[in-house]
Ligand binder design. Structure first.
Ligand SMILES: [Fe+2]
Length: 395
């Protein structure tokens, strides 16, 4: 067996209604004032209100900052960091999907590390040297797993790239996983963010950097998502059990990929998202089966295990057919969940993307994907020609 290192991330507390205890939890940890980092959608959905009630019940002082945006840019992060500095808070509560949580990691980092977030991005001039301001995450989607990981993904608008600040210090201190705050998540977002979590689980499971511990977590997440994603999408407003299973599965998948790595799906999804602003979950759910089709031959044993975990009967099949059954399972899932399955069908009017995806950008996208930090985790070597082939197949 190859030698490996496994990082044990944040403390996790799971429970229906657990966020209502937040005031007492923070008091017990010795903090005095919270900075709630969230977005206007979360406030409008009444989720921030639930957290505020929990803080009031514990007689805990707080301030709400709801200017977080999807795909945070360098400028937005630097501005929010300055507002946090002036707030007098000693703990940050990130409430939202991946973007608010990623932004919160970056602004907490900038409280104890000098300069702009630009300096700390992959390939930048500075490295994180001091532990970040304490960060507690309350995810409102079962998707990114960002509450468990060491990365903060930031968009560089000028260079049309998404890059990350990655350091162990960015791992949040505590994650409160509460299905109650995820119950109202609309079906389309439940489906696409859930398939993002599945992408984390699958990419880390077949990754060249996978290890037995990340494998155990990746496989568990694949099974849970395969079993519950349809229920959570179809009847999520009423199905607390499906929401609970998906919430925990996404968190497990976050630990799996922080340790095991990702691969070509995230490489293309992130790059494409920087060109045409496709929500991360939409891009991943669309690209996942096409990328699996290309990667399958790199580790057919593991893809066969994924097929079984997703409910395929592979008895009597040869190894190749059994491995490719995993691809079929993911295509069928996408079809059942009614998520877009072709890039050409992405529609700005339906908020799938900021503008239509044109084939003319594929060359430039493929060039950029070659710089993706985790591309080498993919179980087959991915060339620029492979990326273009995947994009054409998915178009
Ligand atoms: Fe992701």
């Amino acid at each position: 067996m190859r030698s490996f290192e496994f990082k044990m991330p944040a403390k996790v507390k799971f429970g229906e209604g657990v966020v209502k205890e937040i005031g007492a939890v923070l008091r017990g940890m010795g903090y005095t004032k919270a900075f709630i980092a969230t977005d206007k959608g979360i406030v409008a959905a009444g989720i921030c209100g639930i957290i505020e009630e929990g803080l009031k019940a514990g007689d805990f002082d707080y301030v709400v900052y709801d200017e977080m945006i999807p795909d945070p840019t360098i400028e937005v992060v630097d501005e929010a960091a300055a507002i946090l500095k002036a707030s007098g808070a000693d703990v940050v509560l990130a409430v939202g999907g991946g973007s608010p949580i990623d932004t919160a990691k970056a602004i907490c980092m900038l409280q104890t590390n000098e300069g702009s977030v630009r300096d700390y991005l992959f390939g930048g001039t500075k490295t994180v040297t001091n532990p970040i301001m304490p960060l507690i995450c309350i995810p409102t989607t079962a998707g990114t797993g960002s509450e468990m990981t060491a990365a903060s993904v930031i968009t560089n608008n000028q260079e049309k790239t998404k890059v990350s600040v990655t350091h162990e210090y960015l791992i949040p201190k505590y994650a409160l996983i509460d299905p109650l705050v995820q119950m109202g998540c609309p079906p389309f977002i439940t489906a696409t963010t859930g398939m993002d979590a599945l992408t984390h689980a699958i990419e880390s499971y077949v990754s060249n950097r996978a290890n037995p511990i990340s494998d155990a977590m990746g496989m568990q997440a694949i099974k849970m998502i395969g079993k519950y994603i349809r229920r959570a999408t179809g009847a999520g407003a009423f199905d607390m059990e499906a929401r609970s299973q998906m919430a925990v599965a996404a968190t497990i998948a976050g630990v799996a990929f922080m340790n095991g790595g990702l691969g070509v799906v995230h490489g293309i999804a992130q790059t494409l998202g920087a060109f045409v602003h496709i929500p991360h979950g939409v891009a991943n759910s669309l690209l996942l089966p096409y990328c699996m089709e290309r990667s399958c031959v790199g580790n057919m044993e593991k893809f066969k295990e994924i097929a079984v975990a997703l409910g395929k009967n592979v008895e009597g099949m040869d190894l190749r057919d059994a491995a490719f059954a995993a691809v079929d399972a993911v295509f069928e899932m996408a079809e059942d969940l009614r998520v877009p399955m072709k890039l050409s069908e992405l529609d700005p009017a339906k908020r799938h993307c900021s503008e239509k995806v044109e084939e003319s950008i594929f060359e430039a996208v493929a060039d950029e994907v070659m710089n993706y930090r985790l591309l080498a985790d993919t179980p087959v070597k991915i060339t620029k020609a492979d990326v273009i082939e995947i994009l054409n197949a998915a178009y």
